[in-house]
Design a protein around this ligand. Structure first.
Ligand SMILES: O=C(O)c1cc(=O)[nH]c(=O)n1[C@@H]1O[C@H](COP(=O)(O)O)[C@@H](O)[C@H]1O
Length: 237
């Protein structure tokens, strides 16, 4: 289990990211770089975050033909990121190719943890049915993707807290369940559909929580981070 909540650095530039990180001083963080920030000048941003000794989850949710994903992963593994993801909907062959690319690109014997995104936490059951024509319950779709991810050599999945315990039962305790869609009890859901608070994530056995706006948009982001870290259980582990 990761003691640090993973902070989603959803910012439009390195300058804004630096401004956000400055009040944390020398505290070692686990941060997530997604497409908003990475698509500006990504490799440089990863380099800077690693120089600051932060752990980095590179969230690009790759979804393409197997060879393209394999070659992309080979290059991304060489950046030295700690965790990375693909969309499980890309299929078993694509996930196997992603793993091969990471194995080939890893530097110093350290391969990034590979996750597969199941159903986005912004997806509701009705939305999934209407947009993807998937007619099984959402829970079943998430579980199916988790089993396929495991079979393909992924280390775990991105899912909501609501599915994490069934995934643990089906795929084992060591299989990562990284859960975004985290909101405080009095928080605004924003565009998220399947949400839970940090205590619930701890009780249910998430491996890590990903938190963006409840920290980045807070009046005092450092205080919000430490509050969420405490609720998540960082003090008692
Ligand atoms: O892969 C992800 O990180 C991810 C998957 C998912 O299903 N839902 C999800 O919200 N995310 C990411 O997690 C972060 C959540 O941010 P907030 O909703 O602001 O807490 C965003 O950066 C999303 O891109």
């Amino acid at each position: 289990m990761e003691k640090e909540p993973i902070i989603a650095l959803d910012f439009p530039s390195w300058e804004k990211t630096e401004q956000f990180l400055a009040p944390f001083g020398n505290e070692q963080l686990y941060v997530k770089v997604g497409m908003e920030l990475y698509l500006q000048n990504g490799p440089l941003i990863i380099k800077r975050l690693k120089e600051m000794n932060h752990r980095v989850f590179l969230d690009l949710k790759l979804h393409d033909i197997p060879n393209t994903v394999k070659q992309a992963m080979k290059g991304l593994a060489a950046l030295g990121v700690d965790m990375i993801n693909v969309h499980a909907a890309g299929g078993v062959e694509m996930m196997i190719a992603a793993r091969e690319g990471l194995d080939e690109g890893a530097r110093g014997g350290k391969r990034p943890v590979l996750l597969a995104v199941t159903q986005l936490t912004s997806t509701s059951e009705e939305g999934m049915k209407a947009d993807q024509l998937i007619t099984v319950p959402l829970h079943e779709s998430v579980l199916h993707y988790a089993k396929k991810a495991k079979e393909s050599g992924c280390d775990g999945v991105v899912c909501s807290v609501l599915e994490a315990s069934d995934i643990r039962d089906a795929c084992g305790t060591d299989f990562y369940k990284v859960t975004p869609g985290i909101r405080l009890k009095d928080g605004n859901a924003d565009d998220q559909q399947r949400i839970a608070d940090p205590e619930k994530a701890r009780e249910i056995g998430s491996t890590a929580i990903v938190v963006g706006r409840p920290i980045t948009k807070a009046a005092d982001p450092v205080a919000a981070y430490h509050h969420i870290k405490t609720l998540w259980g960082g003090n008692v582990r």
